[in-house]
Design a protein around this ligand. Structure first.
Ligand code: SF4
Length: 235
């Protein structure tokens, strides 16, 4: 994907995020769908020698990486959890989120990988429990070699470059950057947040979405890294 095309994606999402900041969950769902469309285009345009995409149900090595998300993406996941997961599953998820937040506090990306802590949203069948609304960072990670993904989890110190579809990843970055920019334009807290910590906050804070829309600092202490660092985990 060319720089000009990525700039178009960024401008489009930024404008949408500015105008739709009042419906953050819907915006987060759209961001996931926009990214899926861009990823499909990037995969279709990939060189034949890249080989078939390795990602499939039951392969979840990428779900050991810290997920950085925009706040509307987190609120979309929170809404999905509240409306699609049975109460017992929601309680169990909150427990896993608390455990993950406690175990990952203070860990950098490599240390987190080395700790082998799976995303709390990963099901026992190794499928994502919020797949229709998973954040753009998850949608945008398309691998051509599951063995390389596993190697990064098994031995993160090696820092072996992953054979991913870089156009898909860059498209997902452009979507996230647009979300950060548009929500900031709307005067709301922006910036990348850790998915697990922010989702726990969203689920445990009454009216978290309305408070965030009202400009309250619901997620302020959960920002992880600068917007410009949002590409550093796997590339
Ligand atoms: S949100 Fe879903 S796809 Fe993303 S890391 Fe978690 S389980 Fe995996």
């Amino acid at each position: 994907m060319s720089a000009a095309a990525l700039a178009l994606v960024y401008d489009f999402v930024r404008q949408q995020a500015f105008t739709q900041a009042g419906q953050p969950a819907a915006l987060g769902r759209q961001a996931s769908a926009w990214t899926a469309g861009l990823v499909a285009d990037a995969v279709a345009a990939a060189a034949p020698e890249d080989g078939p995409v390795a990602c499939r149900a039951g392969c979840a090595w990428c779900c050991y990486v810290e997920v950085r998300a925009a706040i509307p993406e987190v609120l979309a996941v929170a809404e999905y959890v509240r409306t699609h997961l049975p109460p017992t599953a929601q309680l169990a998820l909150r427990e896993r989120l608390r455990d993950t937040v406690a175990r990952t506090r203070g860990l950098d990306a490599a240390a987190r990988l080395a700790a082998h802590i799976a995303c709390p949203l990963l099901g026992a069948d190794l499928a994502c429990t919020v797949y229709p609304v998973r954040p753009s960072a998850c949608v945008g990670l398309v691998s051509y070699a599951a063995a390389a993904c596993r190697a990064q989890v098994d031995d993160p110190a090696r820092r072996t470059p992953l054979p991913i579809n870089t156009a898909a990843w860059h498209a997902s970055q452009a979507v996230r950057a647009g979300l950060y920019g548009g929500t900031a334009d709307a005067g709301l807290q922006s910036g990348p947040v850790d998915l697990s910590a922010a989702l726990l906050r969203a689920l445990e804070t009454p009216a978290s979405s309305a408070r965030w829309q009202a400009g309250q600092a619901v997620f302020e202490d959960l920002t992880t890294g600068a917007v410009a660092d949002d590409a550093t985990l796997v590339l």
